[in-house]
Design a protein around this ligand. Structure first.
Ligand SMILES: Nc1ncnc2c1ncn2[C@@H]1O[C@H](COP(=O)(O)OP(=O)(O)OP(=O)(O)O)[C@@H](O)[C@H]1O
Ligand SMILES: [Mg+2]
Length: 327
């Protein structure tokens, strides 16, 4: 049976929409039950976790009207994060606040023929929160998040890509939501050209035209960690460009504390823990915190010390393959 701490962790991970942690704790409960001889119950719980994970993966755009042709290009879900849960630099936070404010006041702006900010370009190293931001905006505005799988779009439908893009932009026009063009450089650079540079150029040009003409109530978010591959003509088509820096010491501390909130961290020397994480991305720090938390849960000792975080950070650093990103 689940311990009180596990129940608490389940509720907290559910409340913060942290699926990974939620399922990890559920599987720990199953493992414990199995050890105690409740085999059937443990198996039923594991099956339930598998089915729920499968269901999450299958959330597609069935309700978008033109959906059939968009399957495989666009996947949708409804994120539920809150801005308060994010660990953001003050610069990024204030830009996102501005976007949210203009979106919420969009009727008032439109009465004066003013357009709210709705075309965003997010730039930054891997793991610094670009994709996460799209979820955050969708959650705050209570809009569905539709992710356009650009890499798949181009490689699978080479030749038809412009027609597919038209369809995506028609959907953007018809159905208000947050539309994320992730790994956006796939459209703009040589990286994914696969030999046919002319084709990619044409796709990029149609994208620019669609973007230019677009004036819907949707939010278009393009993200890349290879800005150097993007054509400069692209930048001026966006209402706002947001740069994502690596986390500052304050942001690192906020990230660690919020991810370890279910544990007892009163003995942690935060300055040391933060130092051990300097230079790493948000994503890496989340992994360090989650590794620390899992070790504590598995050892059934929910008090975390500085050493545990330092060890996890050291471990993580030694396993990171350096990314080829250059500023
Ligand atoms: N500001 C933040 N606050 C809390 N957690 C964050 C924040 N930014 C990122 N994370 C965590 O880090 C993980 C990685 O972030 P994300 O996937 O958004 O990075 P990315 O910038 O899109 O990276 P990539 O360029 O590799 O796609 C997220 O799943 C989230 O758990
Ligand atoms: Mg991303």
């Amino acid at each position: 049976m689940a311990t009180a701490e596990q129940v608490k962790a389940l509720i907290e991970s559910h409340a913060s929409n942290d699926e990974t942690r939620f399922y990890a704790v559920a599987l720990q409960v199953a493992a414990k039950a199995a050890r105690q001889g409740h085999r059937q119950w443990a198996q039923a719980l594991r099956d339930l976790v598998d089915r729920s994970r499968q269901h999450q993966k299958q959330l597609h755009v069935a309700n978008l009207g033109t959906s059939n042709e968009l399957v495989g290009i666009l996947t949708s879900h409804q994120p539920t994060y809150r801005l308060e849960q994010a660990s953001l630099s003050s610069e990024v936070a204030s830009r996102l606040d501005r976007v949210l404010m203009e979106q919420r006041e969009r009727q008032r702006l439109r009465e004066y023929s003013l357009q709210p900010i709705h075309k965003l370009l997010l730039l930054g190293k891997p793991g610094t929160g670009k994709t996460f931001t799209a979820s955050l905006l969708a959650a705050e505005l209570k809009l569905p998040l539709h992710v356009i799988q650009l890499d798949g779009l181009i490689t699978k439908y080479l030749g038809e890509t412009a027609a597919k893009l038209r369809l995506v932009f028609e959907t953007i026009q018809q159905s208000r939501g947050v539309y994320l063009f992730d790994e956006f450089d796939a459209l703009g650079g040589e990286r994914s050209a696969g030999g046919d540079v002319g084709e990619i150029r044409r796709v990029l040009n149609s994208f620019l035209q669609f973007l230019e003409m677009e004036s819907s109530d949707s939010l278009i978010v393009a993200a890349t960690n290879h800005p150097q591959l993007l054509d400069h003509a692209l930048f001026r088509r966006f209402d706002m460009v947001i740069q994502y820096p690596l986390p500052s010491p304050q942001v690192i501390k906020h990230l660690l504390r919020s991810r370890l909130a279910v544990l007892n961290t009163e003995h942690v020397e935060w300055n040391q823990a933060v130092k051990a994480c300097e230079g790493l991305s948000h994503g890496e720090i989340v992994r360090i915190a989650d590794w620390t938390a899992k070790n504590a849960v598995l050892k059934e000792d929910l008090t975390v010390g500085t050493d545990a975080i330092l060890m996890a950070a050291k471990d993580r650093r030694s396993s990171i393959l350096r990314d080829a990103f250059n500023d």
